[in-house]
Design a protein around this ligand. Structure first.
Ligand code: FE2
Length: 280
């Protein structure tokens, strides 16, 4: 699947861009399916707002129990303005997560394509598990900024084997809030972890509170159908979307089965629904 140059580029830089890996019709299928899920699965959901502001979400049971469900999270700005409040739910969601890949047949089929299994295998996961999926809207005009972070902060394994796959379902540009990342930033350790704690609300444990140098961030603009592979410790972010174009993306996070998934990770599965690999 990957050339040796691509593998060494990933190891050196902490990310890898694979243009045209996904058929554009598959991108459209996911967008149509998400429309169907919102029409049919979004019922009397509690209002939960996705906010990368550190102290949010912490006591939000709807969020904390979403690891084995399909749940709907709104943009912070979805409720601020009267005109925006009148828009349909679909125009105000920030993301849907976190078990689309196991619970929905269309997302299951997309997520478990042979070429994706080969891709993560080439990156060193010999027996991969898919632990998380998200559909991200980055809505026109109100799409919120995602603060600089490392994905490994939120999905801890020992040793650290997390690999993120970020699928561009639409062109992702400077205007509509593409990803930004610090090349080679993954050579530094995790700055913090976000964990469940006994007798406390889940929260961050900081190892290094110095902020990342945003001047080192470079934009990762990609076309619809591209995949961006992200190392667990690669610092990345995205700015808000003030353009009139949405920037839909789908993400998967994989770990090596033989690495230990932290018992205090925020994302946990119920006993009847363990993490699964790419194939039965
Ligand atoms: Fe991320």
């Amino acid at each position: 699947m990957l050339s040796l140059d691509q593998i060494s580029s990933y190891q050196e830089n902490g990310f890898l861009i694979l243009e045209n890996l996904i058929d554009k019709r598959d991108c459209d299928n996911l967008k149509e399916r998400i429309h169907f899920l919102i029409e049919n699965e979004y019922g009397n959901e509690p209002i939960s707002i996705f906010d990368t502001d550190r102290e949010k979400h912490i006591n939000d049971e709807y969020f904390l129990n979403s690891g084995d469900k399909i749940r709907f999270f709104f943009e912070r700005e979805a409720f601020v303005d009267e005109e925006i409040r009148k828009k349909p739910v679909e125009a105000r969601l920030n993301k849907i997560g976190h078990a689309l890949h196991d619970l929905d047949p269309v997302f299951n089929k997309f997520s478990r394509q042979e070429k994706l299994a080969e891709l993560v295998h080439d990156l060193g996961l010999l027996d991969p598990l898919i632990v998380q999926s998200m559909y991200i809207f980055k809505q026109p005009h109100i799409g919120g900024e995602v603060n600089p972070h490392q994905d490994g902060t939120f999905l801890i394994t020992s040793p650290d084997t997390l690999v993120g796959l970020w699928f561009a379902l639409e062109d992702s540009t400077l205007e509509n809030g593409c990803l930004w990342a610090i090349p080679k930033g993954h050579h530094d350790p995790l700055k913090s972890i976000f964990v469940r704690r006994p007798e406390h609300a889940p929260g961050f444990v900081d190892y290094d509170s110095t902020p990342w140098n945003l001047k080192e961030m470079i934009p990762l603009e990609v076309k619809k159908g591209a995949v961006i592979v992200l190392h667990s410790r690669l610092p990345h972010m995205s700015f808000e979307n003030r353009s009139s174009q949405s920037r839909h993306a789908y993400t998967l996070h994989c770990i090596e089965k033989n690495s230990e998934y932290a018992k205090n990770n925020w994302l946990q599965r119920s006993p009847g629904m363990p993490f699964k690999g790419f194939f039965p």
